[in-house]
Design a protein around this ligand. Structure first.
Ligand code: XLS
Ligand code: CA
Ligand code: CA
Length: 441
């Protein structure tokens, strides 16, 4: 059955097109920096925001009108699969992502839930045979159900630790079955509210144990997906254990997990942590830990996780700059962990939103590649640190100096040369690249 009957395949028509159902900048076949846009961007649709969420917020009921709403239970789950593959096909997205609970309803026991999952996974597998859309990642929702009231792998209840492990075990099996390229761990309720009742050391140790068991099980069943930790500083808990990339990286090293994980970096989580999106990407990149991206944006006027579709070209450009410097995302991709606004309740808004996001990242990719080709920022940085390429600076970098020699170097020095950071000029140049890249198209 078809659900988006008024919408045809979305094609690339170029920047002058006034067709709202066409890509203006995303041309999957266009080669940028040696790869096609499709290969670089590796877009994914997030099943939860697009097919299961109803637009409700803490103050009001759902607003979304969805053609599959008339169904319930397993029929609803099946209708969503049909709608999903229709949307994937029409948008031409190469990937999708889901949580276990997004694709199938939970039963009274885990055994029942797993049975529901088996039915839907078999159906998805069937659809994937005739589709070019692949699984970027799946994950376990270990945060929505009341059983996760005190956390999942960091719960104060050992039974809930076990339940969480069993859900991830099933998730790994599903990932293998569907050829998932990554597996994500977002620690929704892995954190705490107050130290007054919390054994932080035990909770962290348990998280470490949990991840090791996941690594072992994936190995045992021959599932070779890249494991990804998704940092987030707050929401729902006050103190999330995976606050940001730096905190997550320290955790991975402390528990000797750094060789088995990379990071899935979400723009809105970066800004909630008081960082820019590009800061998080950069921190992961320079440590060899950039795995995948949840491509969205927050509202700078609101202090919570609004998961908006990305439309800020400045941000997509600087993000793509990091991704290009990383040599691409490898097995990762750009997953639109983003939801249409509550007021954008019509089914066609799902298309407008994805077109906007895909075009914004495609434009960002092109501008970022130009910045790289012309070595705009690379020259700035190289020039700024050139004191480390000669004399005492070179000795510092080579490790051939010490505190005594450094003291000797400055003890009688009266003049220190500085150069301007030139920030305003750099930003003006970026604006020029943003405006000029598409000037003749
Ligand atoms: C929530 C997270 C979540 C993860 C997957 O804020 O972004 O959706 O991406 O569990
Ligand atoms: Ca996310
Ligand atoms: Ca989010």
């Amino acid at each position: 059955m078809a659900y988006f009957t008024d919408i045809n395949k979305i094609n690339f028509e170029g920047a002058k097109s006034i067709n709202p159902y066409a890509f203006k900048y995303y041309n999957p076949e266009e080669v940028v920096g040696g790869k096609t846009m499709e290969e670089y961007l590796r877009f994914a649709v997030a099943y939860w925001h697009t097919f299961t969420m109803d637009g409700s917020d803490p103050f009001g009921a759902g607003t979304m009108v969805r053609p599959w709403d008339k169904y319930s239970g397993m029929d609803l789950a099946k209708a969503r699969v049909e709608a999903a593959f229709e949307l994937f096909e029409k948008l031409g997205v190469p990937y999708f992502c889901f949580h276990d609970v997004d694709i199938a309803p939970e039963g009274n026991t885990l055994r029942e839930t797993n049975k529901n999952l088996d039915t839907i996974v078999a159906m998805i597998k069937d659809y994937m045979k005739d589709s070019k859309t692949k699984l970027l990642w799946n994950t376990a929702n270990n945060f929505t159900h009341p059983r996760f009231i005190h956390g999942a792998a960091s719960s104060s209840s050992a039974d809930i630790f076990a339940f969480s492990a069993a859900k991830v075990k099933k998730g790994l099996e599903i990932g293998k079955e569907l050829g998932g390229e990554n597996y994500v761990f977002w620690g929704g309720r892995e954190g705490y509210e107050t130290l007054l009742n919390t054994d932080m050391k035990l909770e962290l140790d348990n998280l470490g144990r949990f991840f090791h068991m996941a690594v072992d099980y994936a190995k045992e069943i021959g599932f070779d997906a890249q494991f990804l930790i998704e940092p987030k500083p707050k929401e729902p808990t006050t103190h999330q254990y995976d606050f940001d990339v730096a905190t997550g990286y320290a955790f991975l090293q402390r528990y000797d997990l750094q060789d088995h994980f990379k990071f899935n970096i979400e723009a809105n989580h970066a800004t909630l942590a008081g960082h820019t999106f590009e800061h998080e990407l950069h921190y992961a990149r320079v440590n060899g830990m950039l795995g995948s991206v949840d491509a969205n944006q927050g509202d700078p006027l609101l202090g919570w996780d609004t998961d908006e579709f990305p439309t800020d070209l400045y941000s997509t450009t600087l993000a793509m700059y990091e991704i290009l410097k990383n040599g691409g995302l490898g097995k990762g991709g750009l997953n639109f962990d983003a939801k249409v606004r509550r007021g954008s309740f019509e089914p066609e808004d799902l298309f407008h939103a994805h077109i906007a996001g895909m075009d914004s990242f495609a434009a960002g990719l092109k501008v970022a590649q130009k910045l790289l080709d012309d070595k705009v920022l690379e020259d700035v940085v190289e020039n700024r640190y050139k004191s480390y390429t000669e004399g005492i600076g070179q000795e510092i970098v080579n490790g051939t100096t010490d505190f005594r020699k450094l003291e000797e170097h400055v003890l009688d020095k009266t003049e220190f040369k500085h150069q301007s950071g030139r920030l305003e000029q750099i930003k003006a140049t970026i604006n020029q690249y943003l405006l000029q890249t598409f000037a003749d198209q």
